[in-house]
Design a protein. Structure first.
Length: 289
């Protein structure tokens, strides 16, 4: 018997899970249902959570051990397993990562074994004219694979792609430089962030659910095995366009207290930077192995 109810949204991911108080120990039956829904949808929303950092840690650890963000200056000092995602400046220094995830991506694709997923809890949300800004969009890579045309499935199954952290850093800097009219920014980034390229299969089987999922990230792939560069990039663009079709994307409009869980195998996400730096935004994130 569980106290949980589900509020669907008409999308393949991102339903609201109601009936939970994460400030208390979640009963086993309720937690089992949360796990099941997380596995089924890849993204779930648990709204209205007035919880402490310690509550967030306790709930997160019930899923698995936690992965600590390597840039330690952005981890919460009293709970370093929590990454602060924020544009807030205190004593002249940023308290968190201010520009995280502003493209379609899956977290830590530049590692051999990316973590399972993350939990993000909203502490401060920018609001203008009564509407919260800084939405996050989610797209299901499991649903994308399921709905991929047969010829594309045959093309991508068993095929690996080369992901480049250096290229991605340069790509992001070039986009920022276009907006800032500062073309030198793109050239500065590559030498400062050298991480070896890595290969991932374009289709990964989820280690828990067994579902096949597309594995792509915007601005990260520089080649596909057995394909000429132009052909490979056209394929990647086609896959990204398929994953992020409007009818398959859930756009989360944040409220203080929202907790959103996502799965790095079965979804992509993208943060919307539609608010000025003068408007405060602060989120706490944990990442599960």
């Amino acid at each position: 018997m569980t106290n949980i109810t589900l509020e669907p949204n008409g999308k393949p991911l991102g339903p609201k899970v109601l009936g939970l108080d994460l400030g208390q120990e979640v009963p086993e039956a309720d937690f089992a249902e949360v796990q099941r829904l997380y596995e089924e949808y890849g993204v779930i929303v648990i709204p209205g959570q007035d919880i402490s950092p310690q509550d967030l840690i306790r709930f997160s650890k019930r899923f698995s051990e936690l992965v600590r963000f390597p840039m330690v200056q952005f981890n919460l000092p009293e709970e370093p397993d929590i990454l602060v995602v924020s544009n807030v400046i205190e004593d002249g220094k940023p308290i968190g990562v201010g520009d995280a995830g502003r493209c379609w991506h899956t977290d830590m694709w530049y590692t051999d074994n990316p973590p399972r997923g993350s939990l993000l809890h909203a502490r401060e949300v920018p609001v203008k004219d009564g509407r919260a800004l800084g939405d996050t969009m989610f797209a299901s890579t499991a649903h994308a694979y399921d709905t991929l045309p047969t010829d594309l499935k045959k093309l991508v199954n068993g095929r690996s792609a080369t992901f480049s952290h250096d290229f991605h850093a340069e790509w992001r800097a070039a986009k920022a430089a276009e907006q800032a009219d500062d073309k030198s920014a793109a050239r500065k980034t590559r030498s400062a962030t050298s991480i070896p390229d890595i290969k991932h299969h374009l289709v990964k089987t989820h280690p828990v659910t067994g579902r096949d999922c597309l594995y792509v990230s915007e601005g990260a792939i520089v080649g596909v095995d057995g394909m000429e560069h132009a052909e490979a990039m056209a394929l990647v663009d086609e896959l990204l366009a398929h994953v992020t079709r409007e009818e398959a994307v859930y756009r989360h409009n944040w409220k203080v207290g929202d907790l959103v869980m996502w799965d790095n195998y079965s979804c992509l996400h993208c943060a919307i930077a539609d608010f000025p730096s003068s408007m405060r935004r602060r989120m706490y994130r944990t990442t599960i192995r």
